[in-house]
Design a protein around this ligand. Sequence first.
Ligand code: SF4
Length: 334
Amino acid sequence: MLKDLDWFTREARDLPWRRTLDPYAIWVSEIMLQQTQVKTVIPYWERWMRELPDIAALASASPEKIHKLWEGLGYYTRVRNLQKAAQQLVRENGGAFPQTFDAVLALTGIGRYTAGAITSIAFNQPSPILDGNVIRVLTRLHGIEENPRDKETNAKLWQLAEELVRAAARHESRITLHSTLLLSGPCSALNQSLMELGALLCTPKQPNCEVCPWRKPCAARATNRVEALPNLGKRAAATDRRFIAFLVQHRGQWLVEQRPAGVVNAHLWEFPNVEIDSQTTDLLPTAKKLLGGKPAQLEPLVTIKHSITRYRISLEAMLASRKKRRRRRKVPVG
Ligand code: SF4
C-alpha cells in the first residue's frame, strides 16, 4: 500500500478539483465524472464553479441555468438531483455540506460510491469506494475470477476496498502531493490512488504493469490473466435504433420543442424527431404527422451516429422546407 501512495504522490494528475478541499466542489466533480471522461468534465466543472460557486447559488439557480451549464454532459437526472440535494441542504442544514458518510448518502442522487469519494477526499474519512476503475484494479490484484456484478463478489470487493482505506487511515507520516494539489489525508490519497491507477496504468486493454506499484503482489500478472479480468460475463447484444429529426426554419427561427417530464432527457429542447424502423424510405408521411402539415421538400442534411449503453443510434437530420404561399398576381385593370 505504501508504494501505491508513493506512486500517487508523484503521478497524480493536476485536475482542477484536486486544488480544493471544498466538499461542494468535490461533490460537483464526482457527479459530473459519473459516466463521463475527465477531459470532457474539466471545462464543464470550471464553468459551473464560476457560475454557481456554492450550495446556495446552486439551490437558487433557475432550471434553465443548470440545464444550460450541464448541456452536452448527458444523463440530465444528475443535474436535477444535484439541485434537489442543494435545496435540501439549504432547507435542513443551513446550506452547509454534511460531514458524516450517512448524512451525505442520504442526499438525493448520492450513492455509496459517491458518498465514499466525497467523504474520503474532502474529510479524510475511511470510507471505501468501488467504481469500474477500482473493480479492475482489485480483481486483478487479487486474481478474482468471479463476475464482480454478482452480489457476493461485489460485497467481497467492497470489503477489500474498505480494508485498504482503513489501513491507510492508520498511516502516520504526512502525505503531500506535488505542485498546488491539496490532500485531506491518507484515506483520500488511497482512494484517489486506486482510481488513478485504474485510469492511468491498470487500463482495460494493454495495462502498463511494468511501472505499476502493485506489479509484485499482482495475482493476475503472475498468472498471465491480466486482460481476462475482471470477468464481466457476456455483453448484452447491441441494438440498432434509427431516429429522424426534422429541421424547420421560419423567418430566421428554428422550430424546437421541449421534451416532457418523466422521459429520458426530460425538459431539454430538441428538433422534432421520431424513432422509426430501418425499412421506411418515404419520410413525408412521418413528417406530416409530426409537424402537422406536409413539408414541400425533405432534404437529407447529416446523419449522426452515437452509442449509448447497448444502443447504436443513428439520427438522420432532414431539412424540411415549408410550402411557399403563392403570391397573388396583380391583374392590370383597364
Ligand atoms: S500489475 Fe498490471 S494488472 Fe496488476 S494492478 Fe498493476 S497494472 Fe493492474
